[in-house]
Design a protein around this ligand. Sequence first.
Ligand SMILES: Cc1ncc(COP(=O)(O)O)c(C=O)c1O
Length: 385
Amino acid sequence: MNDKIISFIRELYGEQENLIPLHAPLFLGKEKAYLEHCVDTTFVSSVGKFVDQFEEMVTDYTGVAGAIACVNGTCALQAALTLSGVEPGDLVITQALSFVATANAISHCGAEPVFLDSDADTMGLSPKALKAFLEGETKPGANGPVLKATGQRVAAVVPMHVFGHSCQIEEIVSICSEWDVELVEDAAEALGSYRNDRHLGSFGRYGVLSFNGNKTITTGGGGMLLVNDPELIASARHKMTTAKLPHPWEFNHDQVAWNFRMPNINAALGCAQMEYLDDILASKRAVAMQYRDFFADIPEIHFYEDLPGSKGNYWLCAIGMKDKSARDQLLEEANGAGVMMRPVWRLLSDLPMYKNAMRDDLSVAEDLVNRVVNIPSSAQEKMIS
Ligand SMILES: Cc1ncc(COP(=O)(O)O)c(C=O)c1O
């Protein structure tokens, strides 16, 4: 069976010999022209027309009130959490099944992550687990829920949309509003993904995208803070750009702030990529649909596809194997044959720096970690150019 899967992927990508990567960027538009413009004008750093243009393009695309381009998704998450009022000593609830950046951003705020389970269908934060934790372990406080055991405040909830598939975001929004707790959406993997026609990252006050080299579009390194309240955009931008007061020559800064702004040279790549994002997404979806049809004939393998009401970007296509030994065998054979496949991350709660972090029952996440495999998911050049 593994041979059949490997041959199918080689056929799909029309590549019989060379390595097939998990996800490779494509530069088919005006990337070179825009980069040359940066060099020719010398505007390579944090001032320049591409930064503003990229922010506008992402704002329009996602339908948020505003977007602030920054150096990477991890910084965007840290900013989102701080701007949401997360303070040292607070607790922030997230899912154990995520990339390490989700928990690191919480730690960078001096807060502590609380790891909850995923739901099996979406792989994202389980609303059931969230509700049970809030009801069982916390009580309402003056400023949001507080942990009964220690009196620590639960300052925010960070659900993550795994591989571009929407988590049960509407249920999570309503639990957060019932409990009066801030929601920060880690939509790092979800540019071009929707839940009931609403772009992911636009459900909380703040959401986050990443444009790392392995993402649906890339700026080399980069991220975006999505802001859903028009009144918060200026103050967020101010804090992300050293809190400098506008003046032609004087250096006045009015608070401790970050230097998180994305350089123009990275935004130039982003602008070029946004111009054909829809084509990239269409190509990735076509690849995913071929996988869906192929795996439909292999009952012991589950291909993760859109659930009703969700439209994902198929950033990384994922399959669920029967068990860990079937997963390990596929990983061994596919990678050995030059077809890149990857297991999901280790649970964050198992990493050494988070081994003492608070956690709940994680049995669904543990099962997913043992069985899920990402398979090659790049857009295909032939479908775009
Ligand atoms: C779920 C998730 N959160 C956060 C990040 C952080 O983004 P960056 O690598 O741009 O810092 C990433 C990706 O890299 C991610 O996959």
